[in-house]
Design a protein around this ligand. Structure first.
Ligand code: NAD
Length: 433
């Protein structure tokens, strides 16, 4: 704590325990202290290289113009081009995007990907827009970002509220606005694109798939068998629904799900495929006929082996952590647990599989997509899955080895393993000039 306060004083920032960006910096400070990194290193990582805020008008279907605010935060690119998702959410703000950008730097470093970290957002509820409005907003945002994104500079991907269609509009806008002779390069401007437009096999399910590989590797050492666990999910969007479907293939029992439309429970197990179809039609899990409706508090209290948060940040917090009745929290979402909640969980013996280890399947297959685009190749699904598994197992081994060596928990170990790589590269490259 003392170290992080020193950094805050130096940056003239006021510490706020509820600010997610400040929370992420605290983890970095803790890991840096354990590694004995020079203070200058921490300082470099404590602020992003670039924080871009744009305001842009969009023509709405009713003929009016609405002004939107978008962000792209480019945290660090010492390991390679900036990389990170774009989110459409009504609560997006700069500190939130900064926190997510730092986490991207940590993920790409932990997984040894040739990328730095970035994140983008537009402050909008995408559910309130028509498809045409969503397309016009995406094209204007891409145009507003201009040269700040590019296949060799900063490569966006989907995140909360965005999907392959939105990546297709970004790619089309970008290639139309840039050198026509380099259209093939332009395809690599973002990842998570539709298959027909240079997307990769296995990208849509990649974050869920990566989590499954982590669970297969880590659960046995924690005394659990993936085929026999009961679990609950917060969120049934891209990450949550793919986790549900892939866990079902392995025989795990999904007993409770919470999303923005409500919470559901079934002692016998919820059919992940049926729920997927229902959510595609209705927009959320609320009202799913083959399970009982429960309250949010009942959801958090439900007895399960593993709780998988796969929705938004800070969802496991002071308010609900005391209700938890699980043995393991496997963090599929970014920063889903507040540090205060984490302290309580550790006291209670609840084990945590940390987010930067659990949810990097998406950025890893994004890297495969970018590689395929650069080489004008198409890899088959078996090859993508096999490569992803190899990368996940290597990251698990790195995290466990670091935890043993530094005698720390897996969260701190995952940050330390990432920071060690970044620090070594800074040492080799030196700091310009
Ligand atoms: P998504 O938009 O597809 O789904 C988000 C889910 O969160 C939805 O099910 C929604 O109902 C739920 N949700 C929203 N508000 C909620 C609330 N107040 N209470 C409960 N549930 C709520 O997003 P996603 O792509 O599945 O992302 C989920 C998480 O995983 C995010 O933290 C994201 O940053 C992270 N992540 C996503 C990817 C990816 O490839 N999509 C990769 C890495 C990490």
């Amino acid at each position: 704590m003392s170290d992080v306060l020193k950094i805050f004083r130096e940056l003239e920032m006021t510490w706020d325990r509820d600010n997610i960006y400040h929370q992420v910096l605290t983890y970095i400070a803790q890991a840096s202290e354990l590694l004995g990194l020079p203070a200058g290193m921490e300082l470099i990582l404590a602020q992003p290289k670039n924080e871009i805020t744009v305001h842009f008008p969009v023509l709405m279907d009713n003929g009016d113009y609405q002004l939107f605010r978008g962000y792209r935060v480019q945290h660090n690119n010492v390991l390679g081009p900036f990389k990170g998702g774009i989110r459409y959410h009504q609560d997006a703000d700069l500190d939130h995007v900064k926190a997510l950008a730092v986490l991207m730097t940590m993920k790409t470093a932990l997984y040894w990907l040739p990328y730095g970290g970035a994140k983008g957002a537009v402050k909008v509820n995408p559910r309130s827009l028509s498809q045409n409005e969503l397309m016009r907003l995406t094209r204007r945002f891409t145009a507003a970002l201009g040269q700040n994104i590019g296949p060799f500079y900063d490569v966006p991907a989907p995140d909360v509220g965005t999907n392959a269609q939105i990546m297709a509009w970004i790619t089309d806008t970008y290639t139309n606005l840039h050198d026509p002779a380099r259209r093939l390069d332009g395809m690599g401007v973002c990842t998570g694109k539709p298959l027909l437009l240079g997307g990769s096999q296995g990208r849509e399910k990649a974050t869920g798939q990566g989590l499954i590989y982590v669970l297969e590797q880590m659960l046995p050492e924690m005394g659990f068998d993936i085929g026999k666990v009961s679990y609950s999910l917060i969120g049934y969007g891209n990450v949550g629904s793919w986790t549900g479907k892939l866990m079902a293939e392995r025989g795990a029992k999904l007993t409770a799900v919470l999303d923005h439309t409500g919470a559901i429970y079934s002692d016998k197990g919820i059919d992940a495929l049926e729920l997927d179809k229902y959510v595609a039609q209705k927009g959320g899990v609320g009202g799913f006929p083959n399970a009982e409706a429960i309250t949010e508090d009942q959801f958090y209290s439900a007895k399960v082996d593993v709780l998988i948060p796969a929705a938004l940040e800070q969802m496991i917090n002071d308010r609900n952590v005391k209700l938890l009745n699980c043995k393991i929290v496997a963090e599929a979402a970014n920063a889903p647990t507040t540090p205060q909640a984490e302290r309580y969980m550790v006291e209670q013996g609840i084990q945590i599989l940390p987010a930067i280890l659990c949810n990097s399947g998406g950025v890893t297959v994004s890297y495969f997509e970018w590689n395929q685009n650069r080489q004008a190749e198409t890899w088959d699904l078996e090859y993508v899955d096999a490569q992803l598994k190899k990368m996940v197992l290597a990251a698990c081994a790195r995290t466990k080895e670091t935890a043993r060596r530094l005698k720390c928990d897996l969260r701190v170990a995952s940050y330390c393993a990432a920071l060690e790589r970044i620090a070594k590269v800074y040492l080799i490259r030196g700091i310009f000039p």
